[in-house]
Each structure stands twice: as C-alpha cells, then as structure tokens.
Ligand binder design. Structure first.
Ligand code: ATP
Ligand code: MG
Length: 337
C-alpha cells in the first residue's frame, strides 16, 4: 500500500518463552484511526507497547513514516501515549501538565505558552488551565491527558483503553471529542478497546484480534455486517450461531429441519434477526427483559438457547411459557468457519 504510514511486518512479541503475538502484519495509513479490538489477553497492549518502543520485538520490523524504528528508543519515535490511567502530575495545574513535555524540549517560553493554550483549547479545557487534576472531573482529566500528548505533535498517537474509567455519558462525549481532534489534527491514531460499540463508532478500520493474531480486519460496516468467522460474529453481536448440515440447523443441543440451502457451514443471527411470535420453531422462555425499544428473550429450544429480540408492542410472553420463533435465512450471516 503506497500510503502506509505505520507498518508492522512479521512482528513477533514474547514475554520470556511465552509468545503473546506470533507474527503480526499490519499497515496503517496516515491520518487513519485504527481500533484494536479483542478479548482480554489477545495481545492489544503488547502490540501497542511494541509500536511505542516499550517492548523489543523478538522478530520482525516496525516502520513509521518510512523509517525503520525497530531499534529506535521510545522517546525518539515521535509517538504519543495515552493510557487508561492518565498519569497526570497531581501537583501541577492543567497548564503545567500540558506544558511539561514542551519544557523538557527547552522550547522558548512564548512557544510553550502558545502551544499549551492551543492544546487546552483543542480539548475544550481553555478555562481550566489553573486547575489541578484533583479539581477536575474524570472526563476533564482524560481530555487533559489527551492534550498533553497532542501538544508534542506526535506522528502517531496510541490510546490504550483511554475511556474505560469514564461513565457512559462521558465516554460518548470523549468518543466524539477524539474523532474531532483526530480529524482536526490529522494525527494517526491506534486505539485499543474491548468494547465493540466503541470500536464501531470511532474507527476508520477495526483490527479484531484473537490469541495474538488478526482474526479479521475491515471497516466498521464490514465487520458489523459480514463477520467471517464464528469468533468475529460472536464479537459483533451475532449471538446465535448454528451449523448447517444437509439443510438442517444443528447445534450441540440438537437438530431441526429447516430446508436451508447454504454453502456456508455456519449461519449466525443477531437477536434482532430472530423473528418472534410466529415461525416453525418453539421454545420455552427462560429469561425476558425490557430493553427500552425492544424486549430481550432467552428461549430454550431444540437448538439450545436462542437469544431473540421482540418488538415492544408484542404482548410479553411470561417466563416458562412457550414461544414461537423463526430463524429466517435472509437475516442470517453466512460464516466461513
Ligand atoms: N509483562 C508480562 N509478562 C508476561 N506475560 C505477559 C505480560 N504482559 C502480558 N502478558 C501476556 O501476554 C498476553 C497478551 O497480553 P496483553 O496485555 O497484550 O493483552 P490485552 O489484549 O491488552 O488484554 P486486556 O484487554 O486485558 O488489556 C496475555 O496472555 C498476557 O498474560
Ligand atoms: Mg491491555
């Protein structure tokens, strides 16, 4: 790819004898916002640490902006880091927290002042420059940590679950903020999360990882609509995954006739793709919960547990009662494995 900005080639990362990331290949474009998504322990932080230069690879290469940085120390890579714990200096006010790195670079005072003020303004903290971190909300501290990294004008900004300390509303606010800052500054960002909604909302492309390997790489729309594997489908909310054998639907619990014609060995349905109220299948209601716009059912059926969302205007089926449902082929996602 001609516009590759960060290139990871055959990157192998180990802690002693245990290999966390076996051989990673990834090209990131300039100005792109990449989300690393995956379950706990899949190697997201390990990959970030290697890009940052905090972990020396056992094998492979990292290049940034056309330069091989595999052996370049962390502080010479032009990388900004924002981690889950923001690690702000508690005794310094917001202005001094942001100015800290610029002072280390021994820039002229006027330049420090203007860049610090611009950084604080970018994250909406212009009015807070005199406050200490303890006098700020979680979201404000988070934005301060972001400003502190941004003023260093990094080539690449790495964010490792930076929003995980925030409540739901602040997370949403910060998401928007991050996107805005990224488009405004054009900085290339790699963002780690294990929250699929966050990855879908923020990223230009998502790297879904499993056991240190890339399971699937694509735009949010691609991953959301067309996960390739059962693992990816499950991560993207297709909670009902069934095998297809001779037109029948098969699970570990049992087998039902469905008359499906499918070349795929596996089909997956989101709860919203299961039709509730009518259909050829029946099951007993195990759980039923109100979820605002719809009702979520867990149905115990011949195929095991099926998760289904029902329109809120349908009458509620009480626990233990029988519910009819359908798994229409047209709402299924075809998986390759
Ligand atoms: N310092 C370390 N020493 C030994 N093993 C480690 C170390 N750090 C991480 N690991 C192991 O490497 C693997 C990947 O860990 P990593 O921290 O990259 O996961 P992660 O995807 O960031 O997970 P999480 O979502 O929980 O943060 C895990 O199996 C983990 O136990
Ligand atoms: Mg991690």
């Amino acid at each position: 790819m001609s516009d590759t900005f960060v290139q990871l080639s055959d990157l192998t990362l180990a802690y002693g004898k245990s290999v966390a990331v076996p051989s990673l290949n990834l090209s990131i474009r300039k100005g792109e916002l990449i989300a690393l998504l995956g379950p706990s322990g899949c190697g997201k932080t390990t990959t970030m640490r290697a890009i940052a230069g905090l972990l020396v690879p056992d094998r492979g290469r990292i290049s940034i902006d056309g330069r091989d940085v595999t052996r370049v120390p962390a502080n010479k890579r032009g990388i900004g880091l924002v981690f889950q714990s923001y690690a702000l200096f508690p005794h310094l006010n917001a202005f001094e927290n942001v100015a800290f790195g610029l002072r280390l670079q021994k820039l002229p005072q006027a330049q420090i002042d203007s860049r610090t003020r611009a950084g604080l303004a970018t994250v909406g903290l212009a009015a807070f420059e005199g406050r200490k971190p303890a006098e700020m909300s979680g979201g404000q501290q988070q934005r301060l940590a972001l400003a502190r990294s941004l003023v260093m004008q990094p080539k690449v900004l790495l964010l490792d679950e930076p929003l995980s300390n925030l409540d739901a509303r602040l997370r949403l606010e910060m998401r928007t903020e991050l996107q805005r800052v990224q488009k405004e500054t054009g900085v290339t960002m790699v963002f780690v999360t294990h929250d699929q909604a966050e990855a879908l909302a923020l990223a230009d492309r998502i790297v879904l990882m499993k056991d240190g390997r890339i399971e699937q790489l694509g735009t949010p729309a691609e991953l959301y609509a067309r996960p390739r594997t059962a693992f990816a489908a499950d991560f993207m909310g297709f909670e009902n995954i069934l095998r297809v054998e001779g037109g029948d639907l098969v699970s570990d619990a049992g087998r039902v006739r469905a008359g499906f014609r499918s070349d795929s060995p596996l089909l997956a349905w989101r709860p919203g793709g299961v039709q509730v109220g009518t259909g050829p299948h029946t099951g007993r209601v195990l759980a039923s919960s109100f979820a605002g716009g719809h009702r979520e059912y867990v149905i115990d059926s011949a195929l095991g547990q099926i998760k289904a969302d029902a329109a809120i205007d349908l009458p509620e089926v009480p626990l233990g009662n029988t519910l009819q449902f359908d798994l229409p082929q047209h709402t299924a996602c075809e998986l390759v494995e």
